[in-house]
Design a protein around this ligand. Sequence first.
Ligand code: 5GP
Ligand code: ZN
Length: 114
Amino acid sequence: MSDCLFCNIVDGTIPAEIVYEDKQVVAFRDLNPQAPLHVLLIPKKHIATLNDLESEDNAVMGALILAAKKVAEAEGVAESGYRTVINCGEQAGQSVYHIHLHLLAGRQMQWPPG
Ligand code: 5GP
Ligand code: ZN
């Protein structure tokens, strides 16, 4: 989708600091980090929200989670811990409508989240 910010990052039209890429997934640093490490992981396929997932997306979402594990290991936070978040819809604070998993680490996280 040419009018989607994250599709534009996938196709290189908009630059991003990419930290991981495989056949199905791209991971890049968040422009406005909320923790010392803040990486966004996205499927290359355009899927707007969790609500739009189909059963055929099972594999790509599995790949997304596995990629998060690899990025956490590569960034040295696997042992200290990290948080993963997928915001879905307005009340959750989703602002980019291409599904993405936030990987946050490097500081103590609080619960419940705000
Ligand atoms: P959401 O609020 O939809 O869960 O998360 C969207 C995230 O995308 C935010 O954390 C925001 O900082 C990040 N973001 C928005 N625009 C850009 C951009 O152009 N480049 C990068 N790297 N991150 C972006
Ligand atoms: Zn998209």
